[in-house]
Design a protein around this ligand. Structure first.
Ligand SMILES: CC(=O)N[C@H]1[C@@H](OP(=O)(O)OP(=O)(O)OC[C@H]2O[C@@H](n3ccc(=O)[nH]c3=O)[C@H](O)[C@@H]2O)O[C@H](CO)[C@@H](O)[C@@H]1O
Ligand SMILES: C=C(OP(=O)(O)O)C(=O)O
Length: 422
């Protein structure tokens, strides 16, 4: 099992180019099945989850290559709509295959998806949406069979603006007959990216980024070349790491508008942030200030995917901060690990009360999920002494060689080996 070894206490400094977004690339790769031919997707990060998605697509009969950040995918040869259980269980995003496979083959057999243990993560809204479009769905334990001779547009109201359900319904509705309207849709930037990708292939979708998305069904889609948006969560992770180590970092290839809620929180904590086009400069030399109340909520509010990273900054702040997690009921597992590093955090239901301490101390800690792992890496960078982060396959799901990225910013971090003395 790989580990990250970090010698903390060195401010991050330098310039970094932000990778393409995992959460945009994954649905885009699944949606490629809706067109038959060669699709090229640029700026696809080199991640475990992307490998799993490409393996599933290969298993379905597609040809897929991923080199130099570009995926070339031939979907014409896809010949089955059955996804093996072992692959489904490797990540949550395998569920994105359901909508496109149903639309293309008129039937699909999938399984309950896997993924990080951050909460129950039901898929009822995905299934209800597909049923509204005309699918018949049968569940046999973990196994789900969806069939539809024909998909027909429908008005679908989501009781919660689920990102994945919005995307799955969009993908299924693209080739349906007539108009589909999704109300209370999720508004995340990755949904806008999916709309742009599908429209580039000839779909007629409007409204992504608002809470009402309208999809006018078309007969077929044409393969295209497309570039994925920058990863706002990776950018946010680096911004917090820069602030927590009291460093100076310039981030290139960002979309600052996607990071407004984080920028607001960091400024409240006293971190200097300069935005210039697609560049964000983050600088901090003093102890951060506590932030009274941060609540994770659907976009454009503060993202759950940055909750654990920001918590690390607040463990070092002057005063008492409160951070409330409202999206996933099991996403505070990093608290115990941060406590091992000297943090003073009390959890009451879904709220963390964080009393800042002057410093954290290196320890051996375990990544319990993707973003919790990223948070522990930030804690290790800011801490005094050596930190070992275990179970880092979680981190590899979402960060393209995190140790290389951080080493370029001067961090003393190595995979599986003693840290260098730079
Ligand atoms: C690949 C991807 O894009 N992942 C992101 C996506 O996950 P994902 O698409 O899984 O997140 P959702 O927005 O669907 O889930 C949010 C909440 O809705 C609940 N829910 C969801 C679907 C459903 O059918 N029934 C139901 O009850 C979930 O249990 C959770 O409590 O959005 C999350 C919330 O911003 C992010 O943390 C993930 O990084
Ligand atoms: C929870 C996340 O991803 P997934 O939905 O793929 O598990 C994440 O990116 O933080």
């Amino acid at each position: 099992m790989d580990k990250l070894v970090i010698e903390g206490g060195k401010p991050l400094s330098g310039t970094i180019v932000i990778q393409g977004a995992k959460n945009a690339a994954l649905p885009i790769l699944a949606a490629s099945l809706l067109a038959e031919g060669t699709i090229t997707v640029d700026h696809v990060p080199d991640l475990l989850d992307i490998d799993v998605m490409l393996n599933i697509l290969r298993e379905l009969g597609c040809r897929a290559e991923h080199a130099g950040g570009t995926v070339v995918l031939d979907t014409e040869t896809a010949h089955t709509s059955h996804v093996p259980e072992s692959l489904m269980r490797q990540m949550r995003s395998s569920i994105f295959l359901m909508g496109p496979l149903l639309a293309r083959f008129g039937e699909t057999q999938v399984y309950q998806p896997g993924g990080c243990a951050i909460g129950e993560r039901k898929i009822d809204l995905h299934l209800e949406g597909l049923k509204a479009l005309g699918a018949e769905i049968e569940e046999f334990g973990n196994r789900i069979i969806c069939r539809a001779d024909k998909l027909t547009g429908a008005d679908i109201h989501l009781s919660f603006p689920s990102v994945g359900a919005t995307e799955n319904i969009m993908m299924a509705a693209v080739l349906a007959e007539g108009r589909t309207t999704i109300s209370n849709a999720a508004r995340e930037p990755e949904i806008q990216d999916l709309q742009r990708f599908l429209n580039t292939m000839g779909a007629k979708i409007m409204g992504a980024g608002t809470d009402t998305i309208t999809i006018d069904g078309v007969q077929s889609l044409t393969p295209c070349r497309y570039k994925v948006i920058p990863d706002r969560i990776v950018a946010g992770t680096i911004m917090v790491a820069a602030a927590a180590t009291r460093g100076q970092v310039t981030l290139q290839n960002t979309q600052p508008a996607h990071l407004s809620s984080l920028i607001h929180v960091l400024r409240r904590a006293g971190v200097q942030i300069i935005v210039d086009g697609d560049i964000i400069k983050v600088g901090s030399s003093a102890r951060p200030r506590a932030v009274e109340r941060i609540v994770t909520s659907p976009y454009p509010a503060f993202p759950t995917d940055l909750q654990s990273q920001v918590m690390v900054l607040l463990t070092l702040a002057d005063g008492l901060s409160v951070l409330k997690e409202t999206i996933f009921e099991g996403r505070l597992k990093h608290v115990d690990e941060l406590t091992r590093m000297g943090a003073d955090i009390r959890v009451d239901l879904n709220a963390a009360f964080i009393r800042g301490v002057p410093r954290l101390y290196g320890a051996t800690v375990e990544a319990t999920d993707l973003r919790a792992g990223a948070a522990l890496v930030i804690a290790g960078l800011a801490a005094q002494g050596k930190t070992v982060v275990e179970q880092i396959h979680h981190i590899d799901r979402g960060y393209d060689k995190i140790e290389t990225m951080l080493s370029r910013l001067g961090a003393r971090i190595m995979r599986n080996s003693p840290v260098p003395n730079n």
